[in-house]
Write a protein that binds this ligand. Sequence first.
Ligand code: SIN
Ligand code: FE2
Length: 200
Amino acid sequence: MKIGGFELLKSYLNSADQLDLVNDLRSVAQAAPMRSPVTRWGKPMSVKMTSAGRVGWISDRRGYRYEPQHPDGMDWPPIPDRILTLWKDITGLTRQPDCCLINYYGEGARMGLHQDKDEVDFSYPVLTISLGDDGLFRMGGTERGGKTQSVWLTSGDVVVMGGEARLAYHGVDRIRFGSSSLLPDGGRINVTLRVVEGVS
Ligand code: SIN
Ligand code: FE2
């Protein structure tokens, strides 16, 4: 992928690390259940999601935004330590992420091209972790409708989107359902870490 600031750390996590992370995420989802959000127009999204951290990313008929509570009213669980350590090891930042968004892609799920731009300070990178089935990740430039490039992300891959890539359009066209045995019921998890507010 030749986009400035896009970094793919291929197989950054070994299988033991991946299993540990899945267990951490399972605990998060027990405290803050996964939901299928709808868009502002009431269209259900194909991914299920939940969050950990000070704020979580949600979408409903009022639009999408960060919220300090789960739609059911509970606080979001803290971001698991293992994930915070990974963030620090890779980004070198002492500033911790505010939001750890957990997306689950079941069979047929996808994510349309979008920019991550609901945050205050784009000088902080976005870091994502892929677990489970392969996902076809697509990235373009900072304008909608431009040329795009695609890459298959596999379990254990970590992606850093900084610099030019921080505001680049990106999405997931499809997954190869059942390509990994990490998750007993199949599917793909993507964890997205973001600094949401500019001041620590
Ligand atoms: C996203 O950008 O929202 C998800 C990226 C991914 O699933 O790899
Ligand atoms: Fe995104």
